[in-house]
Write a protein that binds this ligand. Structure first.
Ligand code: ADP
Length: 518
């Protein structure tokens, strides 16, 4: 049988989706391949079809125990012999399943990566494994957003398999760097990547608003529509759920602190449309296949664009117009920054996390098309989408390069040792005692923005920080430093545009010379 015949007879589909035939082809020619396809793109069939065409067993490494069972159940329903081995089973059951596999009574064997340690490995070595499929393969890379140490042992484990199986690695999110890392670790040479763009998703960034009010208003304006609200902590999930319920919005919640029964119940209420709105931490969503999610709102900014795109991408799987909204506050980024700073990670690891957070923050502050920004981040070209909040923002972008140079040079003249408020005070020529004590009133940048309010200069500093021209270092009292990108602006190599100009407290003084010239 050909792959297409299997697709039709075993799975009941007429044609392949983009990329599927290519990946299957590579596998059938025993070439290792990395498949990067968006969520819902049909990655599973890429290894399930070869599994049926090949003589041996396909070993599927999958990180989520709950998903494993669903997949195996679905395969069994289609009459395909498959089973799984994980920590939810007792010794006897594990033994039975290994024996089944050894007797070639299954075509697909699912295992979790943690199980590929020595006691399982000895048994796996005796199986005729012809293909290893590694799901969520970005977990193998420290550059990825969900690195799992247990994935690192995979390479060793696979190398020890005497049958020398072909390897297929699959993921929905990989920057070019992560893709490179996966391929070199697993010694894979082929890559199949299908388009990331999600034309039915309208991306929006909402900045510095009252989040609670925005949420309540939005949900009231979109009644009965199914959607997910992501918050960053369990406490915040509980608070938002209560708030929505008080405002008569039908909402349920999901986070790791609920017991298993509550989680199951709430998840089902959402999946079967009994409760339209799910408020959740990022523990919710992997493997959830609900097609009619109309919006995904992030009440706090996630730590990376990879996580954001994966979570936002849960909207609109049915292809109908849907929204992905990020509620952005710089203070949320600073909290995340602080948490990375305080974590046990080594320096290199911290730096990678900072970089990912910075890209996320830049997304919220770019003037470019949001969809295009995301595609570029994942190494793809794209056209402006015409429907994101930036494409629809018809205010004129104003060249603010000179103002930015003033701010940056002031930060440098203050020796990059002070925070936003003091910098804004110096720029606006404030008379507060601290400015005088530190002799900042003697700087050439003292008062060079005195026509603007201190608040709007502080806002401009926030924008420059989020957009990557300044870096706010430290926890509670962050100190401003000029970044490399900021240096480019100072040297006149880079212009900065912004759709809002900085607000003056009073009208600019009329330029009398100009009047006379007229
Ligand atoms: P992924 O793992 O990439 O997120 P899945 O493998 O779970 O996606 O596939 C998503 C859905 O698309 C599943 O319901 C699957 O049966 C369906 N699907 C996969 N390939 C095809 C195809 N060629 N034609 C129609 N439906 C498909």
């Amino acid at each position: 049988m050909t792959p297409l015949e299997i697709l039709k007879t075993q799975f009941g589909y007429d044609s392949f989706r983009t990329g599927q035939a290519e990946v299957i082809d590579d596998i059938m020619q025993q070439k290792g391949v990395l498949a990067i396809m968006p969520t819902g793109g049909g990655k599973s069939l890429c290894y399930q079809i070869p599994a049926l065409l090949q003589d041996g067993i396909t070993l599927v490494v999958s990180p989520l125990i709950s998903l494993m069972k669903d997949q195996v159940d679905a395969l069994n329903e289609n009459g395909i012999p498959a089973t799984f081995i994980n920590s939810s089973l007792d010794y006897q059951a594990i033994n039975d399943r290994f024996n089944q596999a050894a007797a070639k009574a299954v075509k697909l064997l699912y295992v979790s990566p943690e199980r590929l340690d020595s006691d399982y490995l000895a048994r796996l070595e005796q199986l005729p494994i012809s293909l290893v499929a590694i799901d969520e393969a970005h977990c193998i890379s420290q550059w990825g957003h969900d690195f799992r140490p247990s994935y690192l042992n995979l390479t060793n484990a696979i190398e020890q398999l005497p049958s020398q199986p072909t390897i297929v690695a699959l993921t929905a999110t990989a920057t070019p760097k992560v893709a490179q890392d996966i391929m070199s670790r697993l010694d894979i040479e082929q890559e199949v990547k299908t388009g990331f763009s999600r034309p039915n998703l309208a991306f929006k960034v909402v900045k510095d608003q009252d989040n609670d009010k925005f949420l309540v208003d939005y949900l009231k304006e979109n009644p009965d529509q199914s959607g997910i609200v992501y918050a960053s902590t369990r406490k915040e999930v509980e608070r938002l759920t209560k708030l929505l319920q008080r405002k008569h919005v039908s909402a349920t919640m999901y986070h790791g602190g609920l017991n298993q029964e509550e989680r199951r119940q709430n998840q089902e209420d959402f999946l079967y449309d009994r409760t339209p709105v799910m408020v959740a931490t990022n523990a919710f969503g992997m493997g959830i296949d609900k097609s009619n999610v109309r919006f995904v709102i992030h009440a706090q900014v996630p730590g990376s664009l990879e996580s954001y795109y994966q979570e936002a991408g849960r909207a609109g799987r049915d292809g109908l117009p849907s929204e992905a909204i990020l509620l952005f506050r710089l203070s949320d980024v600073q909290i995340q920054h602080f948490l990375i700073d305080q974590s046990e990670r080594d320096e290199a690891n911290k730096q990678r996390e900072y970089d990912k957070l910075q890209a996320m923050s830049q997304y919220a502050n770019t003037q470019e098309c949001l969809q295009k920004y995301i595609l570029n981040y994942f190494g793809e070209d794209g056209e402006a989408c015409g429907q994101c909040s930036n494409c629809l923002d018809d205010r004129e972008a104003i060249d603010i390069t000179v103002d930015v140079q003033k701010v940056l040079s002031c930060v440098i003249r203050m020796n990059q040792r002070f925070g936003k408020n003091l910098v804004a005070q110096v720029l606006t020529g404030s008379n507060v005692a601290r400015v005088k004590q530190l002799h900042f009133d003697e700087l050439s940048t003292y008062g060079i923005m005195k026509q603007a309010s201190q608040k709007s200069v502080a806002e401009l500093i926030d924008f420059l920080t989020a957009a990557g021209y300044l870096f706010a270092d430290g926890g509670q009292y962050p100190v401003l430093r000029v970044t490399e990108l900021g240096g480019e602006v100072l040297h006149g190599n880079q212009q900065v545009f912004r759709k809002v100009a900085i607000r003056a407290t009073k009208a600019l003084p009329v330029n009398s010379e100009l009047f006379e010239a007229l």
